[in-house]
Ligand binder design. Structure first.
Ligand code: NAD
Length: 264
């Protein structure tokens, strides 16, 4: 099974540290022979990302802030001049003001609504457009979402609205680029302890609840999310596009807590 990504080159966006979902994915892709480029947001993250990128032999490590279109297009200009073409991208980027990841969704400010949408939703569309221009032999793109897009999760608030938009974008982009052999999918991951995850108020309670109440009675590991990303980015999933693939120990199929939980 090794070497599924041999001869493929791709960009991984969203590694902040070695707890990042993007890092779990990058390691799995590198194990299977992918050649990787990374982006990081600002120099403080750059200092953490460079040693990680070295570990997996990444050839390019570039700065990118998705709030700035010129920064996004700059990354793809570099990729064009260094590699010429691209086979896949991983978009694992999200942000919202943590002061609004608690309390009522109804209290979301206009400013944070727009910023959350631009970073957590629109950036995937912009990145996809730039990436598709380099996918001359077809390709595969994934982004990361969360079930708070379709169901209420405490405190997820405006991020749930952004993820709903992100999931709709996956379907529209899959339809736009399908005729060119470019597939677009999302992984809806269960809760993982990361920097972004820690921004959601009371996240540790939701984490523990899902451990007790998901069909597998545990949360998922970075390695497991990486495995599903490998499937979606490799030719194993060549007939799959526009899909929201849950990697959440089955939590999304549950409507009631376990009997043990109900009797607690
Ligand atoms: P993380 O903090 O490790 O990664 C989030 C990344 O977003 C960071 O690398 C950060 O630099 C980047 N980012 C934020 N604003 C940016 C900007 N303006 N420009 C460029 N990059 C920017 O956390 P993570 O949990 O690995 O998050 C990755 C993705 O997974 C996010 O989309 C998140 O919503 C999603 N997700 C997380 C969980 C979870 O429980 N942690 C569950 C499902 C989905």
């Amino acid at each position: 099974m090794e070497g599924l990504m041999k001869g493929k080159r791709g960009l991984v966006m969203g590694v902040a540290n070695d707890h990042s979902i993007a890092w779990g994915i990058a390691q799995k892709l590198a194990e299977h022979g992918a050649e990787l480029a990374f982006t990081y947001q600002g120099e403080a993250f750059g200092r953490r990302v460079r040693p990680l990128a070295n570990k997996v032999g990444a050839s390019l490590v570039l700065s990118c802030d998705v709030e700035d279109s010129a920064s996004v297009s700059g990354v793809f200009e570099t990729l064009k001049s260094e590699w010429g073409k691209l086979d896949f991208i991983v978009h694992a980027i999200g942000f919202s003001d943590k002061n609004e990841l608690k309390g009522l969704y109804a209290d979301t400010s206009r400013e944070n609504f727009i910023r959350t949408m631009v970073i957590s939703c629109y950036s995937f569309t912009e990145v996809a457009r730039n990436a598709a221009a380099l996918m001359s032999d077809g390709g595969s793109m994934i982004t990361l979402t969360y079930a708070g897009s379709v169901r209420i999760m405490p405190n997820y608030n405006v991020m749930g609205v952004a993820k709903a938009g992100l999931e709709a974008s996956v379907r529209y982009l899959a339809n736009d680029y399908g005729p060119r052999g470019i597939r677009v999918n999302a992984i809806s991951a269960g809760p993982v302890r990361t920097l972004a995850g820690a921004g959601i108020a009371d996240a540790r309670h939701m984490f523990a609840y899902q451990q007790r109440n998901s069909p597998l009675r545990r949360t998922v590991s970075l390695d497991e999310v990486g495995g599903s990303a490998l499937y979606l980015l490799s030719d194993l999933s060549s007939g799959v596009t526009g899909e929201i693939h849950y990697v959440d120990s089955g939590y999304h199929i549950v409507s009631m807590p376990t009997l043990d939980e109900l009797k607690r």
